[in-house]
Each structure stands twice: as structure tokens, then as C-alpha cells.
Design a protein around this ligand. Structure first.
Ligand code: ATP
Length: 219
């Protein structure tokens, strides 16, 4: 099983395509996309966790094996990844490999996450290359990972946790920050945000910015 956490503020094709390709590359039965209700080290998201979850579920649609997971909305306090990992490990039991999937930008900042060194007690770490970001070559995270790296997805199957892998997937330099700016200025984000999520955010008037008259469609 794979876990792919994020703020999804809003969800975009970079998230979805990465999650889908990770699931295929790792031959995972299920990839759980998990919105952070209260991200500990980001500014407060611009829209509520319920809206972010609903946009995510709409965007995933009926893609087999991708699941919008609401567990962090059901907890109180900051949404720590270590708590989510412990919960999922308890649910799946000790025999099932878990893969914690992150973009390279998240790996670079991992040392600021709560109890990050324990992540590999619960799961493998799978890192998606992301435009503009390189794997750390020095520092605490690089040292911690030094003897965990494997080169091929098959090597993750021989253990349930504890190994690390970098995968080069389709690079889509899309970021939610940029999309929020576009929306605030009334610019279209169509084809970067899946239509179902776009329809949801429009119908709930999320992210401000009146849509420019000449661009507004009838949906
Ligand atoms: P923001 O711009 O608000 O920081 P974001 O676009 O980086 O948002 P997040 O919800 O913070 O999106 O990201 C969730 C996860 O998805 C992270 O692990 C992040 O590295 C990864 N991710 C986000 N965008 C991409 C992308 N375009 N390609 C690959 N991975 C991505």
C-alpha cells in the first residue's frame, strides 16, 4: 500500500499523475492520497480540509487503486505523518509493505518533520523527482538514507519497511501555490486542475477572484 500526503490546496495534475505513476511503478494495489487537515509546517491552507478532500475525491474520480483518505480530518491537532504511518501500520498488520511517497521538495525538508527518523520503521520511503529539486547529498537526511537506498522497485518487496528509492516519473512543473495565484487573479487553471475538481471549486466559490467575464463558461 502507498501513502501520498499533501495539502492539495488545490489538487492538480502533478499530484494525480505522480500518484498514478507511483502506483504502477511500485505495483501497489492501492495508493492512498491523504490531505493534511492541519499541515504542521505550512501556512494555514486557503480552504477547509473538507473542501480540499472533496476536490481530491472528485479529481481522482473512478481511477482504480487511487483512494482519497480522510483519516487526517478525523484526528485533532496538527496532522503529523508519523501518526498516519503508525495508524496505517496498525491497520494493515506487520506483513504488508507500506510505501511513504514524497516529492523531492518534501525529502529536502524532511528533517523538520516530527519524528522523521522513525518513518522507515513503518514504511519504505519512495521519492518522486520534481523539477527544480535535487536529492540532498549532505546533512542529516542524506546520512540517515545512505545505507537504505535501493535502485529498483522490486527490491522494496523483500521487506515491509526501511528502504528508500528515487523514481523519475513524468515531470510536471505545476504547483498549488501558482494555481492559487492564478485563481486569485481570475486566470484559468483549466487542464492543470481536473475538470471535476474545477467544477467543485467554482461552484463553492473557492480561492476568491471573480472569473473574468470573457472566460467564464456555463458550468
Ligand atoms: P504548494 O505549492 O501549496 O506548496 P504543492 O503543489 O507542492 O503545494 P502539496 O499538496 O504540498 O502540493 O504536495 C503534496 C505532495 O505532492 C508532496 O509530496 C509534493 O512533493 C508532491 N507534489 C506536488 N506537486 C508535484 C508535482 N508537480 N510533481 C511531483 N510531485 C508533486
Amino acid at each position: 500500500m502507498g501513502l501520498f500526503g499533501g495539502t492539495f490546496d488545490p489538487v492538480h495534475i502533478g499530484h494525480l499523475r505522480t500518484a498514478l505513476e507511483l502506483r504502477e511503478a511500485l505495483s501497489l494495489e492501492q495508493m492512498r492520497l491523504i490531505p493534511a487537515a492541519r499541515p504542521p509546517h505550512k501556512d494555514s491552507p486557503q480552504v477547509t480540509a473538507e473542501h480540499r478532500l472533496a476536490m481530491l475525491a472528485a479529481a481522482i474520480g473512478d481511477e482504480p487503486g487511487l483512494v482519497a483518505d480522510d483519516r487526517e480530518l478525523r484526528r485533532s491537532g496538527p496532522s503529523y505523518t508519523i501518526d498516519t504511518l503508525a495508524e496505517l501500520r496498525a491497520e494493515v498488520g506487520a506483513e504488508v509493505p507500506l510505501c511513504l511517497c514524497l516529492g523531492m521538495d518534501s525529502l529536502v525538508n524532511l528533517a523538520s518533520w516530527r519524528r522523521w527518523r522513525e518513518f522507515t520503521d513503518f514504511a519504505h520511503l519512495v521519492v518522486a523527482a520534481r523539477p527544480g529539486w535535487r536529492a540532498p547529498t549532505g546533512g542529516a537526511v542524506a546520512e540517515w538514507l545512505a545505507d537504505r537506498w535501493v535502485r529498483r522497485p522490486e527490491q522494496l518487496r523483500a521487506a515491509v519497511a526501511g528502504r528508500a528509492l528515487i523514481l523519475s516519473l513524468t515531470l510536471l512543473p505545476v504547483s498549488a501555490t501558482r494555481l492559487r495565484e492564478d485563481l486569485a487573479h481570475g486566470r484559468s487553471v483549466r487542464y492543470l486542475v481536473p475538470d471535476a475538481a474545477l467544477a467543485y471549486l467554482r461552484s463553492h466559490g473557492l480561492y476568491g477572484g471573480a472569473t473574468a467575464h470573457h472566460l467564464r463558461d456555463t458550468r
